[in-house]
Every structure is written in C-alpha cells, then in structure tokens.
Design a protein around this ligand. Sequence first.
Ligand code: GRF
Length: 205
Amino acid sequence: MSFQLAILISGRGSNMQAIHRAIEEGKLSAKIAVVISNQAEAAGLQYAKNHGLATKILQTKPKESRQDYDQRLQSLIQKYSVDLIVLAGFMRLLSPEFIQAFPQKIINIHPSLLPAFPGLHVHERAIEAGVKYSGCTVHFVDEGCDTGPIIDQRVVPVLTEDSPETLAARILKEEHQLYAACIQKIANSQLEFKDGKVILNAFPK
Ligand code: GRF
C-alpha cells in the first residue's frame, strides 16, 4: 500500500507539481490521493486535473468560523486514507482542533530559514534585515504560525542585487527538491521525535 498524500493548495501549486513530478520520476514512493484547494481559481488545480489527480475545492462559506471550515476540511480528508497532509502554499491558518485530529501528520514548507521570518512578506523582510543567507524549511505543523518541529532546511545566498522576486525564485528551486525529499523520509519512517525536535535516522527502519 503506497504512502498516501493529501496536498492542500491555495494558488500556483508549484510545490504540489514538484511532488507529483518526483513521484512520476520514481524519486518519491508516494501517491497523491487528493489535491484540495480553498480557492476555486487556484492555478494548481488545472495542473492537477490535467495530470489525472483527484481535486476538491473547499471554499469558505460567508461568515463561517475557522472551526466550522476546518471541520469540513477534516471530514473531506478523512474520506481518503491519507498518511500525510502536505500544506503547499495553503494560505489559511489551521485550528488547534484540526491539528490535534492529525497528530504529526501535517507538514508545511516555508520560504525562510525558520525560526527567522515566519509569516508573510518573508523575502522583503530578509533583504531588509540584510541577512546573507536565506532558504526554506519543511516542518511539522503545530498550533503556532510557521512553528513546529523542523524536519529539514536548504540554504541559499542572498545577493546584494536581489529583489524579493529573485530571492523567492532561488529559494523556490530548493523548495521543489526539499519537499519531496522530506516526504520520502517520513514515508520511510526515518524521522523520530526527541525533546520536541525531529531526529533524522540515516537508514530507514
Ligand atoms: C512557497 O514559497 C511556499 O514556501 C509558501 O508558499 C509558496 C507556495 O508556492 N508556503 P506554490 O503554490 O507551491 O508555487
């Protein structure tokens, strides 16, 4: 039985595409059970449909509470036998109830070296701060914003001439490699938790 993923997107979905490509190329032993978007017009949905992936759109209803939306999201995901929920540019914070329903089964990718620059406008803030290196982080999701045990990171230089766009593009290339590699480690049961941190075992159990 393959390792089943639910990938949650809100927009472009380039990380979702990179994960799909890694699967197609035999670099990742997993299956995308469903791609869920909270935005009907998310560009990533078209890619998913074109490649025969199951897609679902789950928009918020007017005045719907976070808890109610997340309850619907939880019910939807539970219709698929999912081993891992992969947030790939999903632009919503998840409620504690949702996170507790899937312990250690939700991961996120963020375009900075966390804990530096959580939240939005990451590249602008990195350039403004004058950091010489930035990168991306894959982490388990906890109840904070871009917190949670770090699984792995990739580092890129920040160049003097960088704009937020050029820095974002350099980091995105690394994201596309890193996310699939982290999912493979989880699928291999290579990760353990110790004192709230992720420990990587070199060899799968
Ligand atoms: C990525 O930069 C990711 O790190 C952040 O949102 C962006 C999503 O891009 N969480 P895409 O939709 O995967 O192209």
